[in-house]
Write a protein that binds this ligand. Structure first.
Ligand code: FES
Length: 159
């Protein structure tokens, strides 16, 4: 309904909004809604389920009844610790192919991912692993054994 010149406008019959103004307001409103939703979405993102990695140098107590040639794997560590007449040594259980964790077996170590096999001293028995499992630095502090997962030593190094 349009008003004639000189006629008083009713507050229930407002002036129609020009199409250009309406579209401008709609675009502005859409942008504001998109911005608000994106902020809300960012706030609702789950927190990363990442825990701090444990220290790479750690102490272990080897079980008294650990038989020669048997592996002891400290809980939560990717290391196999052995004891024999010549001393104590540690071999990494991280496969040198693509990093899966190898399992100890009668033959040494077997990788469940792509079938690599390693001798008890970590040398490759079966590929595709390209290099042996590394031996890790072990030091004795009284009755405690300290293993440094970041320090590799020459194969055969025992303390
Ligand atoms: S990761 Fe061990 S064989 Fe591939």
């Amino acid at each position: 309904m349009t008003t004639k010149p000189g006629e008083k406008k009713s507050r229930f019959d407002p002036e129609p909004m020009p199409r250009r103004d309406f579209l401008g307001l709609a675009a502005l409103g859409s942008m504001a809604a998109a911005f608000a939703l994106s902020i809300f979405g960012m706030l609702k993102l789950p927190k990363a389920a990442v825990s701090a990695s444990p220290a790479k140098k750690f102490n272990v107590t080897i079980p008294e009844n650990l038989a020669e040639g048997d592996a002891f794997t400290p809980p939560g560590r990717n290391v196999a610790v052995f004891r024999d007449a010549e001393g104590v040594y540690a071999i990494s259980t991280v496969c040198t192919h693509l990093g899966c964790i190898v399992k100890t077996s009668a033959a040494g170590f077997d990788c469940p991912c792509h079938g690599s096999g390693f001798q008890k001293d970590g040398t490759v028995r079966k590929g595709p692993a390209p290099i042996p499992l590394p031996w890790l630095k072990v030091s004795k502090n009284g009755g405690t054994i300290t293993i440094d997962e970041e320090s590799k030593v020459k194969t055969g190094t025992k303390v």
